[in-house]
Design a protein around this ligand. Structure first.
Ligand SMILES: NC(=O)c1ccc[n+]([C@@H]2O[C@H](COP(=O)([O-])OP(=O)(O)OC[C@H]3O[C@@H](n4cnc5c(N)ncnc54)[C@H](O)[C@@H]3O)[C@@H](O)[C@H]2O)c1
Length: 344
């Protein structure tokens, strides 16, 4: 498996997207986002997506030139049309506008309908935290990508409907919770399949609703396999979160909620930014967050664990390591990059 320095990989990915008709500025947003996902350890939302995205440009699912446009606007919120833009371009614009409005109003919410796949949504939480704000990000696929079975169900009815919450910490890294509301996102199963590995127990059911560890079982012809909702025996909690995110991201944005008709995935985004200083003195807030982190990190590890991690720490450590050592790119993705890159 080739190991590539992040700068070289970013350059290669940018060139691949510009060759496919993407303006340089958009190609850079997408390639930086994808490589940052690899750096954070989320290979499922990293450069592995090139094959999918280049095909989606070809099929018209992505308009590489597009940027979101305003449908409605108020001092504390806006509703944007995604215009089939890259999800990373739409997501960046969505959080940028929420931050700008929250600087004036304290809190702002911005939605985007009908953009393409929004990637690792923790990136938008980091964007808010870098601006000194709390960021909340809710995403659905507009009724597409129904990989996840409801709690107690044996077939896919929901998307992986992720949630991210980011908070600046005043420390080396922000506190970032960034999770699918399924046990794992579909992309992780695809990554296991690309790497020829079995998925962990508890992730997926086959087309008859039986637990399986073979990633290919998820991709069987209809009715196909399904991903389990987050929470195992308490999977009704992950399922409940997923339903509410479908309403908040799909219903509010206009992308649409999951429903019985088959639709192509088309992301709906709802993003909130909260300006800390409108709620608490910045010093007091940072003191509280630092004390919380110290308190958690002081916890003795349980058997089988070396230490307690706080949300966002795993990604921070992985980023430090991969910045120094490079990123392992799976063979399927690497050969696609070789094929698509302009010099090949
Ligand atoms: N755009 C989309 O449509 C979409 C859909 C689903 C998922 N995703 C992305 O998929 C990625 C992976 O999602 P996932 O559900 O597999 O995430 P995951 O299971 O890897 O969990 C990640 C979260 O858990 C924290 N974490 C990890 N290990 C920890 C530990 N030992 N102790 C404490 N906290 C820990 C991380 O800091 C992070 O906040 C995310 O980046 C998400 O944005 C995107």
């Amino acid at each position: 498996m080739p190991r590539i320095a992040h700068q070289e990989l970013t350059e290669l990915v940018t060139q691949t997207f510009t060759k496919a008709g993407t303006p340089q500025a958009h190609a850079e947003i997408v390639s930086n986002h994808l490589v940052a996902s690899n750096l954070a350890g989320h290979d499922s939302h990293g450069v592995m997506r090139i094959i999918q995205y280049v095909a989606a440009i070809g099929s018209g699912e992505i308009d590489p030139q597009a940027r979101p446009s305003t449908l409605s606007d108020s001092p504390s919120g806006a509703s944007l049309a995604g215009n089939r833009a890259f999800g990373q371009v739409a997501g960046y614009d969505c959080m940028s506008l929420a931050i700008e409005k929250a600087r004036e109003m304290g809190v702002a919410a911005v939605t985007v309908s009908n953009c393409y796949h929004s990637g690792r949504i923790g990136t938008y939480a980091e964007q808010a935290a870098e601006a000194g704000m709390i960021g909340i990000i809710l995403v659905n696929a507009g009724g597409g990508g129904q990989w996840v079975s409801p709690f107690g169900g044996a077939a896919g009815r929901m998307g992986t409907n992720p949630l991210a919450i980011g908070a600046p910490s005043g420390g080396k890294y922000p506190i970032i919770l960034d999770i699918a509301t399924s046990v794992a996102p579909e992309g992780k199963v695809r990554d296991y399949r690309n790497r020829g590995k079995e998925v962990p127990e508890g992730w997926i059911l086959d087309h008859q609703g039986r637990p399986t560890t073979n990633p290919n079982d998820l991709y069987e012809p209809a009715p196909g396999g399904s991903l389990q909702p987050l929470g195992g025996a308490a999977g009704y909690k992950g399922f409940g979160l997923s339903v509410m995110i479908d309403i908040l991201a799909g219903g509010l944005s206009g992308s649409g909620c999951c429903r019985s008709e088959e639709v192509a995935a088309s992301d709906g985004l709802t993003m909130l930014a909260m300006n800390i200083e409108n709620f608490a003195a910045a010093g007091a807030y940072y003191d509280q967050v630092k004390a919380l982190v110290e308190h958690l990190k002081s916890c003795p590890p349980a058997p089988g664990f070396k230490e307690v991690f706080v949300p966002g720490e795993h990604e921070f450590r992985c980023r430090e390591q991969r910045l120094a050592e490079g990123i392992d790119v799976d063979e399927v993705t690497w050969s696609a990059l070789q094929k698509e890159a302009p010099t090949s």
